[in-house]
Design a protein around this ligand. Structure first.
Ligand SMILES: Nc1ncnc2c1ncn2[C@@H]1O[C@H](COP(=O)(O)OP(=O)(O)OP(=O)(O)O)[C@@H](O)[C@H]1O
Length: 831
């Protein structure tokens, strides 16, 4: 420990610029010279005073040890100015010297303010005491004192002097009447204790000793610990709090006490504790004690407890942090934008009454249809119950004994046909309920507005780290989840089913709860329009690459750099957490707030980072593995360091949501999809194809599936929120991510130039995608081409991302699943 301290100091000196070292040393020299000159001046000032004004004449000798300069300095600072308070000036110079040499022995501002106070106060005080006699107050001190006296009189002058020093002590040492009283009592106790120690031993003391023995026996079970160091020499022992009232026994002595922490009983016999008349006091217990021994003295048969006080080692960082917190308070990450106001609900539109209206006819009709239908198929029901949600009504049925669940499940289509409703979902059995659920969409669904969920008590009082309010459940309860715990979210749904609204709902929830210093978004928006609204909050909430113009990334090429940059940020954060011995971001930030982490070592308050990708399919199609790998890496590792991903796609095919991606996104949201295979891809189960759209969604948290109605937030509402935030004071720039130089130029993807593509490029792409085989010879055959041209086209297809890289003997991987996707992909390339 000591060693590392020395190394640090050495290192610090090594890195100090020479100019600092020279200035520091110069300041010390000047301070030293001034002190010597002042001391010498005080001793000789009367003699030297007569030589004032003879500075130019070197024949007239000065008695100051620093000669004429010393004399001049003394005259200037002591006589003509502030008297003995002038010593504060070389002291201050020395302090500056230490500051310049980066030795933090003094707290700069405190030292300067104290010094200035005494430079002003001391001369006046000394002026009043000496009445201008001698050099103690200096001319300044005397004159100010004289001036004050002329105006407020002697009494007033002394009042000013005493009140000012009193105020100084009160402010500086936080003196309160109670603390003064305590101090006074302490001093009193000490004095009395000492006096008692000095008192001659008398008969009474013998009595007191007996009392002590009784008392010790009485307390022997209460005292629960030992002292750390039992000195080999006889200690002067004080009384514990418990036995303090008889603090003057004097007939007790320890003989050769050696106390290992735990001692076998027979060894204890070797420890002979004898009570005799030399005892001064039993051991004092000041700190938590760790071990206790009950020792029975074989001479006097008195049970006696030895308390070994193991000094509690205070961690130096802890001490330092406590000092810093005392001086500056806890670190406030919001300070830079202290006046930032969170958006209010008024920015969100009030869509009117959202109470569920019960349409009894509809309920009755559906119930009768369900019961009747099941009866037709010989499925008896013993009970049926309806729960009305915003979009669907859940009919829970309890089948009669002996009815198989599979029997009811098979009837799903028949029930749907009978109820002539889309979006019927049968949950058989209902998890944890012992019933079978049939969800039937309502004819007039109730809209769930973002305002109603944001204003809810549940959201407002939530203490989640990244609270996301999705909407309402089937039983009309507000549904929230913590993005920090998810820890990443995959969203999918066919176009127009509410995905963008869903993303906005998530972002809105976070914006309503998190201060700009706590949260940053990295936004990727290949569709270019969905997230553009958020550009207004760039300097509050967005993160970007150092050289990026816009924080919202719309160019797929730039996504790769950003993702890799996020990976670097992740690695950096892990390093910081490792150095701080923290397991996760929350712990780390807590430590930083408590000033236990030194910013000079790179520590900083770390905001959460949420990466939002709207349309992941586009990215995967154009950049394939280059996107998939960093996304998977982030998803695997970033949870602990506060980076969370929200990835949305309207094409939930296996090429987009690959196994690698899926494995790392336990939390998933599915809006309505077209086929049940898509539902399986997202949720690992069917069901999403049965949803009714318009924000009807299924949320899967890795265990259970919950049907929800997503809260609706319209674009103008988001715009208002963005405006409200954007108009407030912001940081000077967006949150800057680490620089990533990028290897994309070397990658096939980056080298593709659409203008130089072969005329047969598109035709070749179609052949390859429809056959799902990336081989040169196949192109040669189909397009009747020579090997060179076919090879060139294959290279271009690889560069564009349609097929994967050279794969040895195997055919190249085709990255695009079908012709429809290819068409969209080729359109994108043309843009
Ligand atoms: N939670 C909701 N409540 C009520 N209506 C909704 C909800 N979500 C979406 N809608 C309706 O569906 C429409 C389409 O929603 P949205 O734009 O979110 O779809 P999308 O899946 O993002 O489509 P695309 O992928 O084409 O952008 C909205 O304009 C709105 O009318």
């Amino acid at each position: 420990m000591e060693k590392s301290k020395t190394t640090n100091t050495n290192d610090q000196t090594k890195i100090l610029p020479k100019s600092r070292i020279v200035t520091g040393i110069l300041l010390f020299c000047i301070a030293g010279m001034m002190t010597i000159a002042f001391v010498s001046y005080l001793m000789n000032w009367k003699a030297d005073q007569s030589q004032a004004g003879t500075m130019g004449d070197r024949h007239i000798k000065s008695s100051n040890v620093l000669g004429k300069i010393g004399d001049w300095l003394g005259n200037l600072f002591i006589f003509d100015s502030i008297g003995v308070a002038a010593f504060i000036i070389p002291f201050l110079l020395m302090v500056f010297g230490f500051i310049i040499l980066k030795k933090n022995y003094f707290k700069p501002w405190k030292t300067i303010s104290h010094s200035l106070f005494f430079i002003c106060w001391l001369p006046i005080f000394l002026g009043a005491v000496t009445k201008g006699d001698g050099v103690w107050s200096g001319v300044y001190g005397y004159q100010i004192m004289d001036y004050l006296k002329a105006y407020v009189g002697s009494v007033g002058l002394w009042l000013i002097i005493l009140v000012s020093i009193l105020l100084y002590f009160v402010l500086e040492f936080n003196l309160r009447p109670s603390s003064i009283r305590n101090k006074f009592n302490e001093i009193n106790d000490n004095t009395i204790g000492k006096l008692k120690e000095m008192m001659p031993k008398s008969e009474e003391n013998f009595e007191a000793d007996e009392e002590l023995e009784d008392e010790l026996e009485k307390h022997h079970e209460e005292v629960a610990s030992e002292k750390t160091e039992i000195p080999t020499e006889l200690p002067k022992i004080k009384v514990t709090e418990d036995i303090q009232p008889i603090a003057t026994p004097n007939k007790t002595t320890f003989e050769s006490i050696e106390t290992p922490p735990v001692m076998p009983e027979k060894d204890l016999e070797a420890v002979s504790i004898k009570l005799d008349n030399d005892f001064t006091a039993p051991p004092v217990v000041e700190k938590p004690v760790t071990t206790t021994q009950n020792i029975t003295s074989n001479t006097e048969d008195i049970a006696f407890n030895i308390e070994v006080n193991q000094e509690e080692q205070l961690d130096p960082t802890e001490v330092k942090s406590q000092e810093l917190v005392k001086e500056y308070g806890l670190y406030d990450h919001r300070l830079e934008l202290a006046k930032f106001q969170m958006p209010s609900f008024d920015l969100l539109k009030d869509y009117g009454n959202e109470e569920i209206t019960i349409n009894k006819d509809e309920l009755e009709e559906n119930k009768n249809k369900i019961v009747g239908l099941l009866k037709n198929f010989n499925v008896g029901i013993s009970e049926i119950k309806a729960t009305i949600g915003p979009t669907v009504t859940l009919y829970e049925i309890v089948p009669e004994a002996g009815i198989r669940v599979a029997q009811i499940k098979k009837l799903q289509d028949d029930i749907a046909l009978n109820l002539s409703a889309l979006g019927i979902r049968i949950i058989a059995p209902m998890p944890g309920k012992g019933t079978i659920g049939i969800e039937v969409p309502r004819k007039n669904p109730t809209m769930v507005s973002m305002r109603s969920v944001i204003a809810s008590n549940k959201f407002q009082t939530s203490d989640m780290d990244l609270p996301v309010v999705f909407g309402k459940t089937i039983s009309n309860e507000i549904f929230m989840a913590d993005l920090a715990k998810m820890p990443h979210l995959l969203m999918a749904g066919a176009t127009g089913q509410g995905k963008s609204v869903g993303i906005n709902a998530i972002l809105t929830s976070l914006l309503y709860k998190k201060h700009p210093s706590e949260l940053k978004f990295v936004m990727v928006d290949p569709k270019k329009v969905e997230l553009s609204l958020y550009s207004k909050i760039e300097r509050h909430y967005l993160a970007k690459l150092p050289d990026a113009e816009d924080a919202i990334i719309t160019d797929n090429n730039k996504v790769i750099n950003t993702l890799n940059s996020l990976c670097i940020e992740m690695d950096n954060r892990y390093e910081l957490l490792k150095n701080a011995f923290c397991k996760n971001l929350k712990e780390y930030n807590k430590k930083f707030t408590e000033r236990k982490l030194n910013p000079e070592n790179g520590h900083r308050y770390l905001p959460y980072i949420v990466l939002v990708v709207d349309e992941f399919a586009d990215l995967i199609m154009t950049a394939g593995k280059e996107v998939e790998v960093p996304i998977a890496r982030l998803a695997q590792l970033a949870r602990a360091i506060g980076i969370h991903l929200i990835v949305a796609t309207q094409r939930p095919s296996v090429n987009v949501i690959t196994g690698m991606i899926k494995a790392n996104f336990p939390a998933r949201v599915a809006f309505r999809v077209i086929q049940n295979t898509d539902s399986r891809t997202i949720l690992d189960s069917t069901g999403a194809e049965q949803l009714v759209g318009k924000g009807d969604m299924l949320y899967f948290n890795g265990n259970e599936l919950t049907r929800l109605q997503c809260a609706f937030v319209d674009t103008p509402e988001v715009e208002k929120i963005a405006d409200f935030i954007g108009e407030q004071k912001a940081y000077s720039d967006a949150y800057i991510l680490p620089e990533y130089s990028g290897e994309e130029t070397s990658s096939a993807f980056g080298s593709f130039d659409p203008n130089e593509k072969d005329q047969l490029f598109e035709e070749a792409a179609k052949i390859i995608v429809s056959s799902q085989q990336g081989s040169t010879s196949m192109l040669q055959r189909h397009l009747k081409l020579g090997y060179n041209r076919a090879g060139r086209i294959i290279d271009q297809l690889e560069a564009s991302g349609i097929i994967g890289g050279f794969n040895g003997a195997k055919a190249r991987e085709v990255m695009i699943p079908d012709l429809q996707s290819l068409e969209q992909f080729l359109d994108n390339l043309k843009k």
